[in-house]
Structures are given as C-alpha cells and as structure tokens.
Design a protein around this ligand. Structure first.
Ligand code: NDP
Length: 456
C-alpha cells in the first residue's frame, strides 16, 4: 500500500492513493535532472527560464479555483485561504520572472587586486523536502528562484498532499519547463538520505519539523552539501498598553486561526501588557469561541479541520499535558465531536516555565497567553524560546515598536500587523527555526555559485 494518500480531513474519506517511486524511478529522475543541469537550459540565457515562470503565473491564475479546491479537500484549508495561497504562488512566479535577471546581474567589488565582480551561476540538482501546510506556496518558494537561476529540483513531498504535488508538477511542465526542471518524488525518508548522498545532488532545502530538519541537515553535513532549513516557530504577538486593541484582537484571531493554526509564523504566544490584558483576553476569547467549525469548502466556515488525524491527536496530547502541568483553559481544550480532524479554538493561561508547554510549539488553534508589566519583560519572554522565526508587536508608538522589534531574536518582526509573506521579502529564522532565507534577492542566491572573477 502506498503511504502517499489523499484523505479529506473534514470527513476522513480516502480520496485517492498514489504510487510511490521505486529505486529505478528515482535513479531515472536524478539522471534526467543532472543532464538538464549540464544542458543549455541551465547554463544558457536566463530569458527562456523566465518565460516559463511568466507562463506558469498566468496558468495558476487561470486555474485558481480548481487548485484552491484541491488544497481545501486534501489538507483542510478554508477555501478563501486556499485562494489566497494560490494567488501568492502566481505572484512569486511573476516576481522572479520580472526581477531575477536584475537580481542576478554580476556585482562589482571595488578592490586593490584589480577589476573584480561576483557572478551568479546555478550549482546543480537540488532536493526539496516539503511539508503539507502550504502545499503549493512551499513548492513555489523553492521552484521560482531555482528555475530562474537554473537549478533542477527533485521534490519530496509530505505524504498527505500528493494531489497538490501532482497538479503543481503538471502545471510547471505545461508552462514549458523541460523534463527534470521540477520532478515530484513520492519517496521514503531513507530514499531522501540516499539522494542527498549522491554526488550529482548539490544542495537540499527543507521546510518542516525540527526532527526532519535535523535528520536532513545531518546527512547534508556528512556529504558536505549546502542546506537551508525552515523549521517551526513559537512566534510572539506582543500587545503593548497603547495598541489599537480592536485591530490587535481582530488580527490576533486571524493569526491564530488561519490555516487552522498550522503556520510556522503564526502568532502562538500572546504577550499582553498588564494594563490591557483583561480587555484583550475577554475580546479575544469571545471571538475565538464564536468560530464556526465545518467544511472548509463552505464559505460560512471560519475554522476548518487540522490536516490529519495524527495532527489532531498530537494537539490533544499537548493541551492535556499543559493542563495537567498547571495551565488554565480559558476556552476550548478538546477535539470537536464527530467525524473529521477538528479541534476547538483554545486559550491557555498560567503556563509557567516548568510546564512542558512553555517551550512547545502548538501547531493548531491553541493560543498561549502571558501577561507582563513592561517592554523589557515582553522582550525577555519573547526571547526565552528555542525558536526564532517571526513575531509581531502592537503599539501606536512606532519608535517604541522599532525598539522591541530590534531586540526580539527572530528572523522577522512585523509592527502593527500579523506576520505575512511576500515575494520580494526574505523569509526565514534563527535558532531552532533553522537557517538560510527563501524568497527575495537573498533566497535566489542561497543555491547560487557566487563566483568571484578578478582581472588584474
Ligand atoms: P515533518 O517535518 O515530519 O514533515 C515535513 C517534511 O519532511 C515531509 O515531507 C516529511 O516526509 C519530511 N521528513 C520528515 N522526516 C524526514 C527525514 N528524516 N528525512 C527526510 N524527510 C523527512 O512534519 P510533520 O508533518 O510531522 O509535522 C510535525 C511538526 O512539524 C508540526 O507540529 C510543526 O511543528 C512542524 N512543521 C512545520 C512546518 C513549517 O512550515 N515550518 C510545516 C509542517 C510541519 P513524510 O511526510 O514522508 O514524513
């Protein structure tokens, strides 16, 4: 039986199984990708590759509703949010189609040694290990910059989103990419390890858990391959005493419920100034508990299911453990009745540093709430985390917000907005949230040979 299955998490119905790739299929895929790297596709002019990205953006826009529906059925994302994910995919493809040539222009370095510059070249075949929470966007973050640069990609997908992976690969080919530019592999973790070890593979990009990141980075280190890791986060949502409270509550609810809470950069730890804490908690709790759970394809639903029964069971265990260790439930705290992988929107308070929950990421609609007396305490609590991905700070005093943003140890901070992503902005973190950046000019250079040339 294949482990790649499309199961609707709203009702647990198995929609389709997908065959896994055996050794000979993997070996063929690697041969084809490597041959492509040594061809004029990768080594020649950039324009033909950018034309593919432009066409891909148009194709995605023209098939947006179909793509959104597939994602909602396969991993439970609300249909409106699936449309949003599809839209950002075409924006990323278009961004690199329009800007990659400029970004990859040789850069001059004034030097005593002579005329010096750095050129940007592709390095070879990459492996991308990708998760299920944004089953198109995560793929596009790797595909668009690397297609522009000329690196062929072998993509290993999470085993619960094969349908999204399948339509994505077909669209890339339909847009004119040659065989080998982007190849789906439905393979095991052991097969990924073998691929990373192969001399023809030059790098690996992973988005997923710490466990997966650590295993893949260990293998990449052993074989001296470049890697980028985009792992979990335990992002703060700091609300200061002078914040626009209604807007902070509105976006705080969105930030915790979007994608059923399964976002690496979602607000997970709400740090409230003591002067506004009671009001925030009461408005936040009222809004969260009035969420409408249901079919992600129904426009009236405001909270869909988690992506799988495993994801729900993991959350049930985590919340039970947090409460057993002294946390207080303000609202929620249980899986929802009936078929499907639903979990009630939940708020936990009173989490002390000796509670395992204090350092844990809750990948679902569960908010941890903390109260602090001043800005320094907010920063200290924000930085008392193994993770360092994103964060958000709410204040009407921008100078105060900038000070906090600089002091928070993460790769991204937003002032007066929940975390967001855009093609032209870098994405990534520090500490156990991983290393390297995706998107923007920084992302496209991660897997480039940044080659120095000097004319004496
Ligand atoms: P995983 O990290 O297990 O899955 C992400 C991808 O990594 C999948 O393709 C998975 O494959 C693959 N993978 C896992 N282990 C290995 C390995 N040893 N070698 C190669 N590939 C591997 O995520 P889960 O689905 O288990 O989610 C658990 C937690 O991960 C969440 O609670 C959250 O904390 C974090 N997460 C973070 C995401 C983010 O956006 N940063 C996205 C998803 C999860 P397979 O499915 O075959 O195991």
């Amino acid at each position: 039986m294949s482990s790649y299955q499309s199961i609707n998490p709203a009702n647990n119905e198995l929609m389709k199984s997908w065959p896994s790739h055996d050794e000979s299929a993997v070996s063929h895929a690697l041969d084809v990708a490597d041959r492509l790297f040594h061809s004029s596709w990768s080594k020649g002019e950039i324009q033909p590759r950018l034309q593919v990205l432009k066409k891909l953006a148009d194709l995605i826009d023209s098939r947006a509703e179909e793509l959104a529906t597939i994602a909602s059925k396969e991993m439970g994302k609300l249909i409106g949010q699936s449309r949003g994910e599809v839209k950002i995919c075409s924006q990323i493809a278009r961004y690199y189609a329009e800007h990659a040539e400029r970004i990859l222009q040789p850069q001059a370095y004034p030097s005593e040694l002579g005329e010096a510059w750095v050129e940007y070249h592709p390095i070879g075949v990459l492996v991308a290990v990708e998760p299920w929470n944004f089953p198109y966007y995560q793929l596009m973050r790797v595909l668009a910059p690397n297609l522009a640069l000329g690196n062929p990609v072998l993509a290993k997908h999470a085993n619960i989103v094969p349908h999204c992976a399948d339509v994505f690969e077909k669209l890339v080919r339909e847009a004119g990419a040659p065989e080998g530019a982007w190849t789906n592999l439905f393979i095991s973790n052991e097969q990924v390890a073998d691929l990373i070890a192969d001399d023809r593979v030059q790098g690996v990009a992973l988005t997923g858990s710490e466990r997966a990141g650590s295993a893949v980075a260990e293998q990449a280190g052993k074989y001296l391959k470049k890697s980028t890791l985009e792992l979990g986060g335990n992002d703060v949502f700091v609300v200061l005493d002078d914040a626009d409270l209604d807007e902070a509550v509105r976006q705080g609810v969105q930030a915790r419920l979007s994608n059923c809470g399964q976002v690496c950069t979602a607000a997970k730890r709400f740090i409230l100034h003591e002067k506004i804490a009671d009001r925030f908690i009461s408005q936040f709790s009222a809004a969260l508990s009035s969420a409408t759970l249901g079919d992600p394809l129904d426009e009236k639903t405001t909270l869909g299911p988690l992506s799988s029964a495993d994801a729900r069971d993991r959350l049930v265990k985590q919340v039970d453990e947090a409460v057993a260790n002294g946390a207080t439930l303000v609202t929620g705290g249980k899986a929802a009745e009936g078929a499907g992988c639903f979990y009630q929107p939940t708020i936990l308070t009173g989490i002390t540093p000796n509670n395992p929950a204090y350092y844990q990421e809750f990948f679902g609609p569960v908010a941890q709430v903390y109260v602090v007396g001043d800005d320094n305490a907010a920063v200290a609590l924000a930085n008392d985390s193994h993770y360092g991905l994103g964060g958000s700070v709410w204040t009407r005093d921008t100078a105060r917000g900038r000070k906090l943003a600089s002091a928070i140890e993460t790769g991204m901070v937003f002032i007066n907005s929940q975390s967001d992503t855009s093609a032209e902005l870098p994405f990534g973190g520090v500490k156990r949230s991983g290393y390297g950046r995706e998107l923007s000019d920084l992302g496209i250079k991660e897997f480039a040979n940044q080659k120095l040339v000097v004319v004496a």
